[in-house]
Design a protein around this ligand. Structure first.
Ligand code: ZN
Length: 134
């Protein structure tokens, strides 16, 4: 006679909805998730999602800082009378805007990737971007 406790620990092989890799899940869990329209996601994909979220929020934070500094340069530019100094502010605004554009591209890449190794690369790109903007 099968023990009812042991029965609960039976695992089954299921495919991850995202990466399609097979992984072990408690028997019956798949059916339960399907009935609730929940995604069946493996541990690796969940970890990847967490890392992506973290990176995205850091990028968004820095975008806010860049936008603030652009605004500051713009108001300084408005007050400035000297042509030479105006040029400095124009250059700063241009440089910050370019970094902002890069960061938007980076966000898009992070969202689209499903590969762990790219997250590391994007992290490095982001660090570089932050250094350029400061
Ligand atoms: Zn997966």
């Amino acid at each position: 006679m099968p023990d009812s406790n042991a029965d609960k620990l039976v695992l089954e092989l299921v495919a991850c909805d995202r990466c399609k890799n097979p992984f072990m899940m408690q028997k019956g869990e798949k059916l339960r998730k399907q009935e609730n329209n929940e995604e069946i996601v493996c541990e690796n994909c969940l970890k990847l999602e967490q890392r992506k979220k973290k990176l995205v929020s850091s990028v968004v934070e820095s975008q806010k800082e860049i936008k603030t500094s652009i605004k500051e340069y713009e108001s300084q530019l408005e007050l400035e009378k000297l042509q030479e100094k105006k040029k400095i502010y124009y250059d700063k605004i241009k440089q910050q805007s370019e970094i902002l554009t890069k960061s938007v591209e980076l966000l898009k890449k992070i969202e689209e990737t499903n590969n762990e190794k790219y997250i590391e690369e994007y992290k490095k790109l982001f660090e570089k971007m932050k250094r350029e903007s400061s």
